[in-house]
Design a binder for this molecule. Sequence first.
Ligand code: ISE
Length: 337
Amino acid sequence: MLKVGIIGIGAMGTAHFLRLMNKINNATVAAVSDINEERARNAIAPYPGVRFIADPIALINDPEVEAVVIVSADSTHEEFCLEALRLKKFIFCEKPLSSSAAGARKVVDAELAGGKRLIQLGFNRRFDPAYGELKELVSSGKLGMPLMAHCAHRNATYPEAFDDVVAVTGTAIHEIDIMSWLVGDYFTKAQVIFPKTSRHAKNPNLHDPQIVLLTTSSGMVVNCEIWVNCQYAYDIRCEVLCEDGTATLPRHARVEVCNANNRSCGMTSDGLNFFAESYDREFQAWVDACSADTYCAAAASAWDGYCAAVTTDSCLKSQKSGGIESVPLTNRPDFYC
Ligand code: ISE
């Protein structure tokens, strides 16, 4: 039974906590840490065996904690990864690996220096069955070479504190990772374009929607619409245009209702619910890998987190310049191949 410590028990941390306690085989949560003690104590109250440890560094160092799940604020991921790496503990870190490419590189270098792959990054869509099917089809070559892709990432609403930076490092980063994984290529150019902004964008430093235009090393172009206050639901779209046809992510697996001259289909505003199956699968894969003292090859690594961070840095640059920015990626070390 793998004993896990969780840092950060907000909405996503609580969902992961409940998942580990109730759904995932061969794992249990030994302790949690959060800046909001009351929130953490409420979450663990039904589970008397779980301890609250106020200091996240103390949680990572706790002898009972064999593996660490990092779901705290994005700006803390780097520090907690570095501490867990120092102690050679297994890590599940939510994206982003760090708020900057330089920070992500530090984590990669620390993992390389330790000589063992310990980090699994929470790019959950790699475990989503529909994305899996899309990747299989595109890689099979049955539709010919992929030429371009249209993606849309829509959140019903976004917290007021979130701005253009988070729209890229917290939201567009999912599109960046999944599309690079889907077509097996990395991005060399990035540009961000601001259309008209919705009145629902509450933060004056948020342009909403925005278009992130990415070009892969082989010349494929991926356009991603990032619209985080679309109001109507959580909606993720992806259409890959290949030489001999197109492949599209199914819109939803909900029952369609026809009634009173109307055809409708329910949607959800909750991304955790939308991708629930992928989260379950990524956590089971992580626990199985840790228990076998190895890493899950199907999951995103620290290197993937670094590639995504280099790409988001270029997007942030483009938000300011308005131009096309290069994505300065270096070769993947053999350690991550
Ligand atoms: C959030 O951090 C996520 O990971 C969600 O999947 C995404 O839809 C949302 O925009 C992010 O803020």
